[in-house]
Design a binder for this molecule. Structure first.
Ligand code: WTA
Length: 662
């Protein structure tokens, strides 16, 4: 491996050590699959013509003149074409006579709190919300921040923005007021859509207070639209705040949608990078919609007339954007949308949902699969899961044990598994088996999709051979690719296009096995993947040093059996700390990170140390800290300023002196 950190991800590493098994595509599947043999060759022969044919599945107000304009690193797709994303997701299905089809079986967290929304219902709701946003002064190009739980209004608000050509920026409901404020400011959003709160494991957890606190730092936000979800008391800011049920419900259900340029910004999604400041990933309309709908149709083999598709992810992340909202709706699919956690109302909640709604395609993250595994195979076994026909995984490398458990206990050895690799930046899936065509191996994402060109290269940019590892790069543009980082073109160039000139550098390590199939190995940069969430080490360090007692902090991602990676922080404090005071401070610092960023960023462990291991030039030796955090042998530490520091830290870790596990 060119970089030692590339092979550090526990599950991925164990994947490579595992004896590789292979499962051919099930015979019954292939005959009726959406992707037919020859598709790879067909796309490879003329990728642009192939993408152009996929674009014909959408409704364009005006056809494009050119498929691609490529001025590295900026691409424009379907140049000159005009369309409206919301019309493509909703209106055209109603016009085609399938208005009665359920778009969402929405399942609220409280038992029995469910709602079926047809395409016809959705059309009315989106038109009303669009009219309400217009009343609040929203125009094409304006940014709207959305901070909502997993309720239908989240989809409606996104589509209403898309309908107006106003890019939305959905911020995950788990983010704190500070994280929310920095995103609102960066996007310069003028309107925020939120709720009083949402349900989380049986309790009403508030959202509006975080918005109120955030907006103290965001004077330019003029309107807040508030959904009543839990009925909690909320503070009210007259003139600025509007109840959704007052403003939206009284609007007309008719709204004439304007067709926008294919490159009209559709949304900004913030994601962690290698610095403390999150990156606003920009996606536009035409190419993104082509990419998400095509991959949704081919990778999940979607049959819209009979499938029930369930992406068990949050709308606050890209997986929700592409495979709860845009891909499925563009394809006229019926989806399940579930508000709560997998154990709300019992650890068999998911299996009850699958059984009740006859879910046929389930898409989730390895971390959740490992959690379900821990809860025991008796739970899925006690339910009728015979409706399932395809399973998907996303967000992090899937270890073979979890893959096999998923296949046996959920798929009952019948359902193919698609391990899909992609990123916020890629907009949609790029590497995955195609069910019915590609064989699958537990832990491998197998091969780039038709129309996608990826390579694994070494440090010098040379392609590696079979059996070798290196860096994953994309060598040609693709329709769903990001169009830049909001307001920061230099960072865009620097982050993705400078390491290997001419190629998009994904930041992931990868390996080709002896058959030439692709295995993803995890991040090779300072971005961690905790429970499928991308978290920046720098962002947590920044939060820690913002605490008055902290002098210096170094954060690393250590392997974790359930969450893939876990956050471990090494902290030097100002002044003396001893005994119980240290324990209290560790607790305080963990809570501090949760408050400043989000509970998802809370360190699993914080180690208080008098010093941090540094090189002679003063750089913190993160690799060493990762070794320490994972209890590995330390190897050569002669470049250390003071090697006793490391031995001391290592000693503390081994004896568990500084751990604060929950
Ligand atoms: C990781 C989520 C291995 C990877 C859609 C990537 C994966 C990051 C896989 C993007 C997979 C995602 N196998 N690793 N199937 N899918 N990743 O932006 O490190 O939240 O760079 O997008 O997740 O995370 P993001």
């Amino acid at each position: 491996m060119p970089d030692a950190s590339a092979d550090r991800t526990g599950p991925a590493l164990s994947a490579l050590l595992h004896e590789t098994r292979q499962f051919p595509p099930p015979a019954g599947f292939a005959a009726q699959a959406n992707a037919q043999p020859g598709i790879y060759e067909e796309a490879a022969a003329d990728p642009l013509a192939w993408w152009e044919r996929q674009a014909e599945h959408l409704q364009w107000e005006q056809r494009w003149d050119r498929v691609l304009e490529w001025d590295l690193p900026y691409s424009k797709w379907f140049v000159g074409g005009k369309l409206n994303a919301s019309v493509n997701c909703v209106d055209r299905h109603v016009a085609a006579g399938i208005g009665d089809r359920v778009a969402y079986h929405w399942v609220g967290e409280p038992e029995g709190d469910t709602r079926d929304i047809t395409y016809a219902d959705l059309k009315d709701l989106v038109a009303q919300a669009a009219n309400a946003l217009v009343e609040l002064g929203v125009e094409a190009g304006d940014r709207v921040a959305i901070y909502l739980p997993m309720i239908p209004e989240a989809v409606v608000a996104m589509l209403a923005c898309a309908r107006l050509g106003a890019p939305h920026s959905v911020i995950f409901g788990g983010f704190s007021a500070d994280a929310l404020a920095s995103r609102i400011l960066d996007a310069d959003a003028r309107v925020v859509v939120t709720a009083d709160g949402g349900w989380r494991r049986g309790t009403a957890s508030p959202l509006k207070p975080a918005v109120d606190a955030a907006l103290e730092q965001c004077p330019d936000v003029r309107s807040v639209l508030v959904v009543r979800r839990t009925g909690q008391d909320v503070a009210w800011h007259e003139g600025r705040d509007h109840w959704w049920h007052d403003l939206v419900d009284r609007q007309s259900t008719t709204h004439e949608a304007e067709a926008f340029d294919a490159e009209q910004p559709l949304y900004i999604m913030y994601t962690s990078g290698t610095t403390a400041k999150p990156k606003g990933i920009l996606h536009t309309t035409g190419g993104y919609l082509v990419h998400t709908s095509t991959t949704h149709r081919l990778v999940f083999d979607l049959k819209p007339e009979r499938d029930v598709f369930w992406t068990a992810a949050d709308i606050g992340w890209v997986t929700g954007h592409s495979y709860i909202v845009y891909g499925p709706l563009a394809n006229g699919a019926t989806s399940v949308m579930y508000e709560g956690t997998p154990d709300a109302g019992g650890q068999d909640r998911w299996w009850r949902i699958v059984e009740q709604h006859k879910v046929s395609i389930l898409y989730t993250a390895p971390t959740t699969i490992r959690t379900l595994m821990k809860w025991g195979e008796e739970l899925p076994a006690a339910h009728d899961l015979s409706s399932l026909r395809l399973l998907g995984s996303v967000g992090e490398p899937i270890n073979p044990e979890a893959w096999m458990w998923y296949r046996t206990n959920v798929g009952r050895d019948r359902c193919p598994i698609v391990d899909t690799w992609w990123q916020t930046e890629t907009g949609g899936i790029l590497i995955s088996p195609l069910p019915g065509i590609t064989a699958t191996k537990p832990g491998a994402a197998m091969r780039p999709l038709p129309g996608i060109s990826a390579k694994v290269i070494d440090n010098d940019g040379n392609e590696v051979g079979n059996g070798e590892g290196g860096y994953l790069v994309l060598t040609e543009p693709w329709p769903g690719m990001l169009r830049g980082i909001w307001g920061d073109p230099e960072r865009y160039q620097e982050t993705y296009w400078s390491r290997f000139p001419g190629y998009y550098f994904a930041g992931d390590g990868a390996k080709l096995d002896d058959d030439g199939d692709l295995w993803l190995l995890g991040r090779v940069d300072d971005v961690m993947n905790v429970s499928g969430h991308r978290i920046s080490t720098a962002e947590i360090e920044h939060a820690l040093v913002g605490h008055p007692r902290v002098a210096e902090a170094a954060v690393v991602g250590a392997s974790d059996a359930t969450t893939g990676q876990a956050v471990v922080a090494f902290v030097t404090v100002k002044g003396e700390v001893e005994g119980e005071e240290g324990e209290a401070l560790v607790r305080e610092l963990r809570d501090h990170v949760a408050t400043v960023i989000s509970p998802i960023a809370k360190p699993r462990q914080i180690l208080l140390t008098p010093d941090l291991p540094k090189t002679r030039s003063g750089k913190i030796m993160r690799r060493l800290l990762r070794d320490v955090a994972e209890h590995r042998d330390l190897g050569d530490v002669t470049t250390l300023l003071d090697s006793s520091v490391v031995s001391m830290i290592d000693e503390k870790m081994r004896t568990g002196a500084a751990s604060d596990d929950e």
